[in-house]
Write a protein that binds this ligand. Structure first.
Ligand code: FBP
Length: 264
């Protein structure tokens, strides 16, 4: 972990990462209810909102669309990723090098690690290479820290999420992105396990405005430094409205009720 508060992907110590790598991870099915969002520029447009500190995309999307938005959004290049068609033990192909991410303008890099998978050892070694190379460019490293694999029945269990944040701290991430462990107490323990490293909550599938904002409120109150979210923003009819509310919850530490009331 290195200090990243001066990085463009951090605002007042917090971070809101807008993720849009779902076309690879899940397939176009995630865009079925919002077919216009299949056009990546619509999500880049959303990422120009002040609440968003970076957009997380795969290399191909970065190459094609970031040049038109480089003055208005910060780029987080996701370096690995796998399709939903992969049926083996959780693993993730490296699709982009740190050198190339830096060349195309990345402000940060992202890497998934599936601790607990039969591929854990190789993934840790890959992460080591990525993390050390990222240091040469002074690029923050965000770890999608997702314990997953045949040995793990419940990947959001409190002890599993605390382990996920601790692993991220110990092997050199600057931000750990983890799933919400189900309660504020469990999130607090996961944040404590991460020491001074930032922890952001992973968005998950779309829920109601209130349910989503109140989970984010509970994560932030428990010590999380923000959010990495995809579907709960861009699958909505009005992404700006939810981002207005999330801005209040994350940066102003407003309650979900107050934030939604102020922004409806
Ligand atoms: P969501 O907020 O839509 O869950 O996006 C966050 C994210 O980590 C994406 O970066 C990624 O594509 C997806 O979730 C992976 O989700 P999972 O592996 O849980 O299906």
């Amino acid at each position: 972990m290195i200090p990243i508060d001066d990085s463009p992907i951090v605002r007042d110590g917090k971070s809101l990462i807008l993720a849009m790598d779902h076309g690879l991870e899940h397939g176009p099915v995630d865009f079925e209810a919002v077919p216009e969002k299949l056009d990546p520029s619509t999500v880049f447009e959303t990422a120009t909102h002040d609440a968003v500190t970076s957009i997380a995309v795969q290399k191909g999307i970065a190459e094609g669309y970031y040049p038109s938005y480089e003055d208005d959004v910060n780029l987080l290049v996701k370096l690995n990723g796998t399709s939903n068609m992969w049926m083996g033990e959780p693993d993730s192909a490296i699709n982009c090098s740190v050198d190339y991410a830096a060349e195309i303008g990345a402000d940060a890099v992202g890497f998934t690690v599936y601790s607990g998978s039969n591929h854990e050892v190789e993934m840790y070694e890959e992460f080591r290479r990525v993390q050390e190379k990222a240091r040469e460019y002074d690029l923050p490293v965000v770890m999608w820290s997702y314990p997953r694999g045949q040995g793990l029945k419940n990947d959001t269990k409190p002890s599993t999420i605390s382990y996920a944040t601790r692993i991220a701290l110990e092997i050199g991430a600057d931000i750990a992105k983890v799933k919400y462990p189900g309660s504020a107490d469990a999130m607090e323990h996961a944040c404590k396990a991460a020491g001074d490293m930032k922890v952001v909550m992973s968005g998950g599938s779309k829920t109601s405005d209130y349910d989503f904002c109140s989970t984010v409120e509970s994560a932030v109150t428990a010590g999380a430094s923000g959010l990495a979210v995809g579907r709960n923003v861009w699958q909505r009819e009005n992404p700006t409205q939810i981002l207005d509310a999330l801005e209040e919850v994350i940066y102003e530490e407003a309650t979900a009720d107050a934030a939604l009331e102020a922004t409806e």
